[in-house]
Ligand binder design. Structure first.
Ligand code: PBG
Length: 324
């Protein structure tokens, strides 16, 4: 047969490639993680995350204004808690004048329209560096859920739009949703880290917050990275319990799950390109082994192609500057 179908016709030049492109990246795709510390005039680079910083509250407002001016409209807040405020139950997490609660207000004062999401987990507050309460070397599920629910309420009261539980306790979404409803925070959303794997890619993040587990690992609550079906189960359960947005984490190694989940759920799907993914590209680019910007865009596009509607990424600012 004579060749009549030629795929290269649609790749001839930039104009035709643009016309038939199936996915595009926009600033609206991103959720920007922000690390916050106590102190004044602090903008400190995280050693294992080049060009990424922890900010004190007095500098946070300006950073948020810059993000807004770039078209980045959503942030995800994390706090680094001083050691002397850590204990087994994460008591400081419920302090209405705690760092997180003040950070939420600071962002809202600087840019009232900015969507504020907050990390909900005990690890930055835990003297053991675990996401739950420790008893006899075990992470206690149900007691932890109660605290996570109160933590969510405290964030909502400070002005958070969405709470984002990253702990992987069973039943935490339901505990949180029930308390928020009861206290009349009906419009506070929940973005669940529903398929969160026990991953070695979180290393630099734990440096950033000084939150590495003091003993053992997180394999009794975060998922085994050998599993696919389990991620679907986790995600569907979280939606039943009231999650408004579900998330897959980490990102690049888990694109199969992003697609599988996108195909079966009726809520938006987020992906988290985590700290170790960021560090890998920075390191390779520093050595001159990879073209930083080109690889960055290729990776972000991969998330979109896989089906992610929201991308939490430390590259958000870099990407948007490049797009402009
Ligand atoms: C805390 C939390 C972690 C991350 C987000 N929330 C670390 C962990 O679970 O140990 C990782 C994010 C990243 O690596 O960028 N529960």
């Amino acid at each position: 047969m004579q060749q009549i179908r030629r795929n290269r016709r649609l790749r001839t030049n930039d104009a035709i490639r643009s016309l038939v492109r199936e996915n595009i990246i926009t600033p609206h795709d991103f959720l920007v993680p922000l690390f916050i510390v106590e102190g004044k005039d602090v903008k400190e680079e995280i050693p294992s995350m080049p060009n990424y910083y922890r900010y004190s509250l007095d500098l946070l407002g300006n950073e948020v204004k810059e993000l807004w001016s770039l078209g980045l409209k959503s942030v995800l807040l994390f706090v680094k808690v001083p050691d002397h405020l850590k204990d087994n139950k994460g008591t400081e997490a419920l302090n209405s004048d705690g760092l997180m609660q003040r950070a939420i207000k600071t962002v809202k004062e600087a840019v009232p329209e900015m969507l504020v999401m907050t990390d909900v987990a005990l690890d930055p507050y835990s003297s053991y560096g675990h996401d739950g309460i420790v008893e006899d070397g075990q992470i206690i599920n149900d007691e932890t859920c109660k605290i996570l629910a109160e933590m969510s309420l405290s964030h909502a009261q400070a002005g958070a739009d969405f709470v984002a539980p990253s702990d992987m306790m069973d039943g935490r979404i339901l505990s949180m949703r029930e308390l928020l409803e009861k206290e009349n925070y009906k419009n506070t959303g929940i973005m669940s880290y529903s398929a969160k794997y026990a991953s070695a890619f979180y290393g630099p993040f734990r440096d950033a917050l000084d939150s590495a587990p003091g003993f053992g690992d997180k394999k009794t609550y975060q998922m085994d990275f050998a599993n696919r079906d389990e991620a679907i189960k986790e995600t569907l359960m979280d939606i039943e319990e009231g999650a408004d947005i579900v998330m897959v984490k980490p990102g690049l190694c888990y694109l199969d799950m992003v697609r599988d989940i996108r195909d079966v759920v009726d809520v938006p799907v987020a992906v988290y390109q985590v700290s170790g993914e960021y560090a890998m590209l920075k390191a390779a680019a520093e050595k001159g082994w990879l073209d930083h910007d080109a690889v960055m865009l290729e990776q972000i596009m991969a998330f979109k192609r896989a089906g992610a509607q929201i991308i939490a990424s430390y590259f958000a600012k870099d990407v948007v500057k490049l797009l402009n």
